[in-house]
Design a protein around this ligand. Sequence first.
Ligand SMILES: [Zn+2]
Length: 149
Amino acid sequence: MHIRVPSDIEATFSAEIRKKRFRTNLILYPILVSAGSIFVLAKAHTIALLYRVLVSHGPENEGAPFWFFATVFASVALLVLWILVVLSRRSLLEEYLYCSRCEAFDFDEVGKCPCCGAQLNEKARFLFTFTDSEIEVAKRYGLTESRRA
Ligand SMILES: [Zn+2]
């Protein structure tokens, strides 16, 4: 859902949502890294091939499998971290044309209100969310879902 965020509370509201997302990411991070590592090791044929070439047929080295899996795990951990950082640095709010009469916004960017059809030139900023905890924060600020059509 899209929730319109008035400019006067934008800073405090955004800060609270960012804090919430950071906490969610902290919980998600080890799960994503574990799942990603298992996925890479189980599915990627090039990784399996590399393993055979470098570890199985390489020079005798008892620590090789450990270092191979550690490298895969560390690579996935860095990749997931990078994705989470990029996502969390993105702008939290999206700007759309807005009809204050209908509490509706022009998601399809056609320049008209999806409800009353009026030509729009007023812009507003919206948070896109689908998590209950963020919707709960929005409710605390008195914000509600904006209509799309
Ligand atoms: Zn309208």
